[in-house]
Design a binder for this molecule. Structure first.
Ligand code: GDP
Ligand code: IMO
Ligand code: MG
Length: 429
């Protein structure tokens, strides 16, 4: 087994950055394979906190890292992250696939204009606004599919870029006009800016598909870092309240350009659930509990700063996600945040007004909105005891019962238990 895929088992922000950083120690290459700078991955090493939106979280070990073509790339954001990584004294060996789609300024304008239009056109209960991160992710993926996208290799070829900017801006100006939005973008300025981005990034141009295939063929360990979480998958998430890429573990193969093969899949879940933005959230807590957890766990978006909605751990979501992702193991984070409550709850099933008790996440958002959680109450556990524990056996019995309940339900072992944001606040089973 040489490939390991880290994916979010909820609606994102589960702690994938921390888990990726830990696993990266025993991998020779870390690859981001989908999403863009809608993602925000945090790593805490000692007192130092790193927040990466595009840079693979394995970068802190001086090993090569790669951005595969399945990512939508905002070059300005990546250049900022490259500079900050270099400042820390690390030797950066970053590979960017030439096929990677570039987020252009009109994608961001379109994202904002569309969300505004969706809000204006919402009627009654039919809320259309997705609550995107306004980073141009959706419009960039759309252009990839409709074949008008600008790819990384275009930034390295002035003639090609000039033609594509001219063409795209002409069309986008009309499109934005339909939304009542007048763009101030000028061809010559966009060209100059993006040629400069290309100039700064050209040394990283590298066929990531060939590179990763080579590593895997030589049995070298490769780590694939997912963004978002299964509830945000473009097809299997709570559509339309989701992102615009496939976040499934199996998306690694087309996103990187690999033949299908056996890989280890690590699903990352918090000890409770959070979600940014609107959409169904059956296990959502009462605001009283949610507020306590939000403050204690600093549940505010890494990318947008928005307060996250908070719910109890949702075994229905974990189970449905397991079927889609094929988790070989789970990593559970933020147990310390759930600690020190007298009683905690876990959602073991949903109650639907017409379908009765269900153990599966509904395929339609309208049905998921109607689901009520079936909650099982458990004894709480002490935060102090969690912090003191260095091994699995030293964890308080309440934590072990909680973990066993999840393992029984999902039929998957929890191999990593995170009790704080730092590397050393991690227990392996
Ligand atoms: P990601 O998007 O899945 O990488 O997660 P984010 O970085 O957006 O959000 C997770 C947050 O929780 C970050 O601030 C992490 O530093 C923090 N974190 C990760 N694991 C733990 C943990 O076990 N306990 C606490 N208190 N914080 C954690
Ligand atoms: P990480 O990788 C949490 C959410 C947005 C919004 C929806 C669509 O840090 O877990 P988009 O900008 O992608 O079109 O927004 O998806 N979203 C995330 N929520 N964590 C993320 O990434 C997210 N990436 C997108 O809040 O509801
Ligand atoms: Mg995040």
């Amino acid at each position: 087994m040489t490939g390991t895929i880290v994916v979010g088992a909820q609606w994102g922000d589960e702690g994938k950055g921390k888990v990726t950083d830990i696993l990266a120690k025993n991998n020779e290459l870390t690859v981001r394979f989908q999403g863009g700078n809608n993602a925000g991955h945090t790593i805490k090493v000692g007192e130092e906190e790193y927040k990466f939106h595009l840079m693979p979280s394995g970068v802190l070990y001086n090993n090569p890292v790669a951005i595969a073509q399945g990512v939508v790339l905002n070059p300005k954001v990546l250049i900022g992250e490259i500079e900050s990584v270099k400042k820390t004294g690390l030797d950066l060996d970053l590979h960017i696939d030439p096929r990677t789609q570039i987020i252009m300024p009109w994608h961001i304008e379109l994202d904002i204009a569309r969300e505004k239009a969706r809000e204006e056109e919402s009627v009654g209960k039919n809320k259309l606004k997705i609550g995107t991160t306004s980073r141009g992710i959706g419009p960039c993926y759309e252009d990839r599919k409709n074949r008008s996208g600008i790819r990384f290799h275009d930034l390295l070829d002035k003639d090609s870029l000039e033609g594509k900017i001219k063409n795209n801006l002409g069309i986008k100006r009309k499109l934005l006009g339909l939304y009542g939005y007048e763009t101030g973008l000028k061809e010559s300025e966009v060209l100059e800016e993006y040629l400069e981005f290309g100039n700064k990034l050209k040394e990283h141009n590298s066929d990531v598909s060939s590179l990763v295939n080579l590593y895997l063929n030589y049995n070298r360990n490769v780590l694939f870092e997912g963004a978002q979480g299964i509830g945000l998958d473009n097809d299997f998430g709570t559509y339309p309240y989701c992102t615009s890429s496939n976040v499934l573990a199996s998306a690694v193969f087309p996103c990187v350009g690999l033949p299908i093969q056996e890989m280890d899949v690590v699903g990352v879940t918090k000890a409770y659930t959070t979600k940014v933005g609107p959409g169904p959230f059956p296990a959502e807590m009462d605001e009283g509990f949610a507020e306590i957890i939000r403050e204690k766990g600093n549940e505010y978006g890494t990318t947008t700063g928005r307060p996250r909605r908070v719910g109890w751990l949702d075994l229905v979501q974990l189970n449905s996600g397991s079927a889609l992702n094929g988790y070989k193991s789970l990593a559970i984070t933020k147990l310390d945040v759930l600690a020190d409550m007298e009683k905690i709850k876990v959602c073991t099933a949903y109650e639907h007004p017409t379908n009765g008790k269900i153990g599966w996440f509904p395929s339609e958002a309208s049905q998921a909105f109607e689901c009520r959680p079936v909650l099982r109450e458990m004894e709480g556990f002490s935060g102090e005891e969690i912090k003191r524990a260095k091994t699995y056996s030293e964890l308080p019995s309440g934590v072990k019962s909680f973990i066993e309940l999840i393992e029984d339900h999902i039929k998957t072992e929890i191999k990593m238990v995170s009790t704080g944001p730092r590397r050393e606040e991690t227990i392996y089973k």
